[in-house]
Write a protein that binds this ligand. Structure first.
Ligand code: F0G
Length: 465
């Protein structure tokens, strides 16, 4: 099974364990899955994929959450909190405003630690236990560290996380800290943290649980299964397109793998596979650069910056798996500005969907591609929102309204809220403008009645004071 969408199921090699093995996507070398630790190919250093002799069909899926899909996973069950089974929200105003046939928002922020990483960790920590390793570790822009800390704690294992100093949102560090991870703040960006943790893993000091570890992506594949199943249940068809934020490109690779496996089993037609569309922040867009130049390789960006700190990544390690996913599904990649990300974060919030900035990149990207005409009005689209609003409270405060100080007094609070403005407009000014507006409309009796009642109430209050 190559990375082609049409690749057929493979026969089981001698090294397989119960129909499961690891295979290099570059040279095809195959490895036993649980005898030794492999992150990349021992021969050529290419990325590894978990392969199965029996690709899954929809009929085999039963139960809820990630482990509903154990027919497509290396184990029956893992270290679970439990995870998955996240909502596929409708967003009617946003759909209308952006102008697509249907729009659903797959909110991965509703996982136990508030991000999709839990899907990867429930599998990854189970593999760590199978391998009998000691210390678990990852580099992280925040969410991976929170998930590793929680799942490591659940599995009773020691965890170590390397974070870029000053560039991780408060909620994420708080989680890693409380769940008991040892937190190392590196004076560098995410990519340097990953370089270091890979070296520690090569020395045998830690077991690496970044998405370079092929088992992480197995869990994340289940996002794709859930989207397909729910969309089909609601509309009788699969979505035309899935738009997702891209950092290390793990999810892009994982969704593509989910689709390939369903095509290999005959459960899904090639023509039914959704188009994968990646979105990056303008200040950290090496994948977009590669796709726009039709390249098969990504050039590492050494300087990256964006308000969406979760995707502040210059070297997407899963690009060799993700780029074929974009190209072979007829997809594309687009970069959006931080202001476009914040605007999308607000628009999602107006629909009651609270996400962190990186997540909103998917919606910002959809809008941009719709405006440029690259996405047409008749498409059914799913946007992936990857992390919860509370992950990054500072960004939420910046995007949202400011609290208004009020005196400790009901009368004054009433006066303040009826003022209708958050600035220096007096209640009298507001009332005058409301009355004059109402005179122009048929609302006058209602406003006059309201005003009389309000003045009567004020008088009563004064008497009682
Ligand atoms: N969205 C959020 C909220 C993320 O935390 C990440 C990655 C991504 C999107 C990008 O996903 O790597 O699969 O393309 N966060 C990692 C971390 C890097 O350390 O938490 P990807």
């Amino acid at each position: 099974m190559s990375l082609e969408l049409s690749a057929p199921a493979q026969s089981e090699p001698a090294c397989a364990d119960d129909g499961v093995w690891l295979e290099c996507i570059e040279c095809g070398e195959q490895f036993a899955p649980f005898d030794e630790i492999h992150y990349t190919c021992a021969d050529c250093d290419g990325l590894l994929e978990v392969r199965y002799a029996d690709p899954p069909t929809f009929e085999e899926f039963e139960g809820r959450g990630v482990w509903r899909y154990n027919a497509a996973l290396p184990f029956e069950e893992g270290v679970t909190l439990p995870e998955g089974d996240t909502p596929l929200h409708e967003a009617p105003r946003l759909r209308e405003d952006i102008g697509v046939d249907s729009l659903r928002v797959k909110h991965e922020g509703m996982n136990p630690t508030g991000a999709f990483k839990d899907r990867g960790m429930t599998v990854g920590v189970a593999v760590a236990k199978e391998l009998g390793v000691g210390r678990l570790a990852c580099a992280s822009t925040g969410n991976t560290s929170a998930a590793l800390a929680a799942y490591g704690a659940r599995g009773g294992m020691e965890t170590l996380v390397l974070l870029p100093k000053g560039k991780v949102a408060a909620g994420k560090i708080a989680q890693a800290s409380l769940h008991g991870a040892r937190i190392l703040e590196v004076d560098g960006n995410f990519d340097s943290c990953l370089d270091i943790v890979q070296e520690l893993a090569a020395l045998g000091e830690v077991y690496l649980l970044n998405s370079l570890n092929p088992f992480r992506l197995e869990g994340q594949k289940t996002i794709g299964f859930e989207i397909l199943e729910k969309h089909y249940e609601d509309y009788g068809e699969y979505p035309d397109r899935i738009v997702l934020p891209v950092g290390n490109a793990g999810n892009t690779a994982a969704l593509y793998k989910a689709f390939r496996e369903l095509v290999a089993s005959g459960a899904l037609e090639e023509s039914e596979v959704p188009t994968l569309t990646g979105v990056q922040a303008e200040g950290a867009a090496p994948m977009v650069e590669a796709v726009q130049n039709g390249r098969d390789e990504v050039r590492r960006w050494d300087d990256v910056e964006t308000r969406a700190t979760a995707i502040r990544i210059g070297n997407p390690v899963n690009a060799p798996k993700a780029l074929p996913g974009i190209y072979n599904t007829g997809g594309t990649a687009v970069a959006v500005s931080d202001d476009q990300i914040t605007a999308a974060q607000r628009q999602l919030a107006e629909e009651g969907i609270g996400v962190e900035p990186a997540s909103a990149a998917s919606v910002a990207g959809l809008r941009k591609l719709r405006e440029s005409g690259e996405i047409s009005a008749d498409e059914s689209v799913v946007c992936l929102t990857t992390g919860h609003l509370l992950k990054d409270p500072d960004a939420a405060f910046e995007a949202g309204g400011d609290p208004e100080p009020v005196p400790n007094d009901t009368d004054a609070v009433l006066e303040h809220i009826n003022d209708g403005s958050t600035g220096s407009r007096s209640a009298l000014e507001t009332t005058v403008s409301r009355v004059s507006n109402a005179v122009k409309s048929s609302l006058l009796p209602a406003v006059a009645g309201g005003l009389a009642a309000y003045l009567g109430y004020r008088k009563l209050r004064r008497k009682n004071d």
